[in-house]
Write a protein that binds this ligand. Structure first.
Ligand SMILES: [Cu+2]
Length: 415
């Protein structure tokens, strides 16, 4: 039954089937197929010879006596040369094709895309930095002509855009991924779009390609055991038509949009005044600045309070998801919960409340301090929020981004 379960043709992480949706995945799929045929041939050959010998050279007569051996042979140069040379040649041929495929998957040539980034026209050679940490993925978009060769994530220049769990890409375009990690080894894999690439701390992978032929959602899962919540470290790629991608970039480049009164409230807080909050959003803003801004960035709400050093003092990985456009995503907490309900298409306030009440209820062995002498944590701690605070924060988070299309909400829905 276990083996048969692998034959499901609607399994989102299938590597065979018709689900391969980009040239890299198809190249790998085609290569794997003919490699499998060679394996079948070798297997059939070895098994055939074994069966043949077993059938023809076994003792067939009843009057066989002890010591009645057939002629014994020791050493046969021709046979030995043959069974050394044949596998060597076979492996050499496979190696040539493997290296060829590898170099095409790793080439760093791609066409620049013309994008409008904050009012400026930029030729972006599509490159996205993918950063793994326990237990979620961060994506950094650097739109200018920047050199992204730092070995450590912390030494990379500040990106134009940071997002979590869901990588948004334009269709029909080869995107180069720079895969790395902030803590332990993870592995990035979107089976229908490309192969696996390990995310190693202190190292940036060689360029790695991803491309989607059609708009849609493609699922992935961290594929290197990285701690107790490894299975809760998922990710999705969302491929959009070029115009939609441009709209996404434009909205992501902006901070949270607020009404005039709420904006005045934030401005007063930033200026150091202590106005009293007058509605749920304002209470949410005040709680966010007090209890969340030390780890999370939320532009236009609390960017004045955010500093990378401060995050590093509190978290082992030194990073928490950017919450500026939280509600423009469809999954959270490492892709295991829905931000928007795939059936009602409503904001999924329920799961968000559970998360804010006690993140550990959703991710195991979560926010424990590293050791007696080191109080840094691996995940989001239980902050002991009151029901009122949670309600206000949920309202604030719901208002943070452009709601994704119904189509995407339906396709990304997780169980
Ligand atoms: Cu992982």
């Amino acid at each position: 039954m276990l083996v048969l379960a692998g034959c499901a043709d609607d399994a989102p992480l299938d590597t065979l089937g018709d689900q391969l949706a980009g040239p890299e995945a198809r190249d790998i799929g085609a290569f794997m197929r003919w490699l499998l045929w060679i394996c079948y041939a070798v297997f059939a050959g070895v098994l055939g010879i074994t069966l043949y010998s077993w059938r023809n050279f076994r003792i067939k007569t009843d009057d066989y006596e002890e010591g009645d051996w057939p002629e014994q042979i020791h050493g046969n140069t021709t046979a030995e040369l043959a069974w050394t040379a044949a596998p060597a040649i076979l492996l050499a041929v496979i190696a040539v094709f493997t290296l060829g495929l590898h170099s095409s998957l790793n080439s760093d040539e791609n066409n620049a895309i013309t994008l409008d980034v904050g009012g400026e026209t930029v030729a972006w050679e599509p490159e996205i930095v993918v950063v793994g940490q326990q237990w979620w993925w961060e994506y950094q978009y650097h739109f200018g002509d920047v050199e992204l060769t730092a070995q450590r994530v912390e030494s990379l220049p500040t990106a134009d855009l940071y997002t979590a769990t869901q990588m948004v890409i334009p269709v029909g375009q080869e995107i180069e991924l720079e895969v790395t990690s902030r803590d332990v080894i993870h592995s990035y894999w979107i089976p229908s779009l490309n192969g696996k690439r390990d995310a190693v701390p202190g190292r940036q992978s060689a360029p790695w390609k991803i491309q989607a032929d059609t708009p849609g959602v493609f699922f992935g899962q961290c594929t290197e055991f990285c701690g107790l919540s490894h299975s809760r470290m998922r990710m999705q790629v969302i491929a959009l038509e070029m115009e939609d991608f441009q709209l996404w970039v434009t909205s992501q480049m902006e901070g949270v949009a607020l009404s005039a009164e709420d904006q005045a409230y934030v401005d007063a807080l930033v200026a150091g005044d202590t106005p009293s909050p007058e509605n749920s959003t304002q209470r949410g803003i005040s709680t966010f600045r007090g209890k969340c801004a030390s780890c999370h960035l939320m532009e236009n709400i609390a960017d004045d309070l955010y500093s990378e050093e401060r995050v590093r003092e509190q978290l082992v990985a030194g990073a928490a998801p950017n919450l500026t456009h939280f509600s423009s995503r469809t999954t959270f907490a490492g892709g295991i919960r829905n931000v928007w309900d795939p059936e009602t298409l409503e904001f999924n306030a329920n799961d968000l409340r559970i998360w804010l009440q006690n993140p550990e209820a959703i991710k195991a062995n979560y926010a424990l301090p590293v050791s007696d002498g080191d109080s840094r944590m691996r995940g989001m701690p239980n902050l002991g929020l009151s029901t009122q605070e949670i309600g206000d924060l949920v309202a604030l988070l719901e208002s943070t981004g452009e709601k994704p299309s119904d189509e995407i909400i339906r396709q990304t829905g997780v169980e």
